[in-house]
Design a binder for this molecule. Structure first.
Ligand SMILES: [Zn+2]
Length: 204
């Protein structure tokens, strides 16, 4: 390898490294959830590693931390979430969604801004990995994209906006999965991470 080639290669590696975006994720296992060992095993050995890999290939690194917490439910009311952190995306793992969010639909996940905290809640019995491009993608990737594409910061979207966001999330998730392409996500994801950080610095 000539010196010039070496320098070009080193520069390419460096710029690629600089182009990678790090997204802080705080994982909370709901202490009240009753998940089977098989559901836990499937999530940790298959669904979550697949999500990490898909984002990674698109230039987005998930930086994870773990902590205790729980979901306190009351029929029809907004749930109370314990153990969330500021400045991160909180990934709450549970066995079923609160009625208030699920409305009897048995969803695999939901993403929202709860008391100012970005929260993706995943139900382990219904969560799944990539199945069908554009239609059924990894539950964690789909839900985290709702935060990274900043859907949660728009209050009261219209029905067509909501439907559009579902499709958009699956579209970009498929891009990560099949084409290893995160180009359409990174700019918004960077703005999202900046927003999370400024929310923390604004409080301190
Ligand atoms: Zn969705």
């Amino acid at each position: 390898m000539t010196r010039r080639v070496f320098l070009c290669t080193a520069a390419a590696i460096r710029s690629r490294a600089q182009g990678r975006l790090q997204v802080p994720i705080h994982r909370v296992m709901d202490a009240r959830a009753h998940c089977t060992p098989e559901q836990l095993r499937h999530f940790w050995s298959s669904i979550w590693p697949e999500a990490v890999r898909d984002f990674n290939r698109g230039g987005i690194e998930l930086q994870t931390s773990d902590g205790p917490g729980e979901v306190r439910r009351s029929a029809g009311d907004n749930p109370i979430l314990i153990g969330l952190r500021r400045g991160v995306i909180n990934l709450v793992l549970t066995d079923h969604l609160p009625m208030y969010w699920d409305n009897g639909r048995s969803l695999a996940g939901v993403t929202t801004l709860w008391d100012g905290y970005p929260v993706s809640m995943i139900t382990l019995p219904y969560a799944h990995g990539n199945q069908i491009p554009f239609l059924s993608v990894n539950t964690c990737v789909h839900e985290l994209l709702h935060v990274l594409l900043q859907d949660i910061f728009v209050s009261r979207p219209n029905w067509y906006q909501s439907d559009g966001r579902e499709f958009r999330s699956d579209w970009y998730a498929t891009g990560l999965w099949i084409f290893h392409d995160g180009g359409g996500i990174r700019e918004s994801a960077q703005a999202c991470v900046d927003r999370l950080r400024s929310a923390v610095s604004g409080r301190t």
